[in-house]
Write a protein of this length. Sequence first.
Length: 157
Amino acid sequence: MDVVVMDLHMPRLDGPAAIGRLREVAPLARVLVLSTYHTDADIVAAVEAGAAGYLLKDAQRPELLAAVRATAAGQAVLAPPVAARLMGRVRHPETLAQRELELLTLVARGDTNRQAAAAMYVSEATVKAWLQLIFDKLGARDRASAVAEAYRRGLLT
């Protein structure tokens, strides 16, 4: 089984978009993310795009090798801090991650998805995915109601 070890933040294509493209051209390959970024939004975007695992770049060589083997064997691999963040997200789904708040701030000032993507160095697809997460967490149906609800909750000032 092929395993691709990749970062999330790359110059031309962000990680979730790259994972999606890779799954199209090599559907049997498994992706193990190796990144310094471990915000809720980064983790969720990678997993939703199809990543089989997520390690942090401070992983030691034995941990990395074990993760590659486990990923090749079809197991999910998560660094302990990543697993803790995901568990916290499941326990408290209404909490917005820092990057989600950053995006909501851009939306509140009137940025389009394209402008927000450029400002945050992610793809428009990632912005759309994050917006859907924000809508779900806030019980909003669109951008305007998400911003209004965020102000109501004191998430935006």
